[in-house]
Design a protein around this ligand. Structure first.
Ligand SMILES: [Zn+2]
Length: 205
């Protein structure tokens, strides 16, 4: 039998092990054993992350992980382009989009509206697809959650029209209406302030 190219065997074993243990925290001892006690196991894990796009998380990504702990939550590798985006561009796009998925409105870190068991994780996607001539410039990038990113756009809700939306808000509890108000004020502080000014002037005239 031909010998596998150097490193290929242990990388494949590590990949299979991560995929068989989605959302399970693993430590370096375990991964080293999976890699056949090869000393380069950590480099193979890095390759899975950087070359294959598996979002293997460490204590650098998540405060609840200790050094030497590894975790894969999403079996779908990230597209190559996302691995090449600088931290600065990523931060800029996420900030501009208010850490909210631009397809379904899910907010980073909160339970996902279509699958509350999942925490919303945001990725960077193209507005105009690269295949249609879209660029990697920040102006063509947007925040997209992992659910939408995995092609589940078809299950995402249709954007409500104003009439439906107002009906829903009017039927909500006062406490929820105030939450909605606070959210709108934080999203549109200038418009909220202007609106209050206009109303005051009307009252005083
Ligand atoms: Zn989404």
């Amino acid at each position: 039998m031909e010998k596998a190219p150097k490193g290929r065997g242990s990388r494949a074993r590590l990949r299979a092990h991560f995929l068989a243990n989605i959302s399970k925290i693993m430590d370096s001892e375990e991964l080293k054993a999976v890699a056949g006690n090869k000393s380069e196991w950590a480099r193979r894990v890095r390759e899975l992350r950087l070359e294959e796009g598996y979002m293997i998380l460490t204590h650098n990504d998540r405060s609840d992980l200790r050094p030497g702990q590894y975790l894969l939550e999403n079996p779908v590798p990230q597209p190559a382009f996302e691995r090449l985006i600088s931290k600065e561009t990523r931060a800029l796009v996420l900030d501009r989009n208010g850490f909210t998925c631009q397809m379904c409105g899910a907010v980073a870190g909160e339970p996902h509206p279509y699958d509350p068991s999942r925490k919303t994780r945001l990725h960077i996607g193209h507005i105009i697809d690269k295949s249609k001539g879209g660029s990697d410039e920040p102006s063509n990038l947007r925040a997209v959650c992992s659910v939408c990113n995995e092609g589940a756009q078809n299950i995402t809700l249709i954007r409500p029209d104003l009439k439906q939306l107002l009906i829903q808000i009017r039927r909500a509890t006062s406490a929820d209406q105030i939450e909605a108000l606070k959210w709108l004020i934080s999203k549109f502080p200038k418009q909220a302030a202007d609106e209050i000014t206009v109303r005051r002037e009307l009252q005083n005239s």
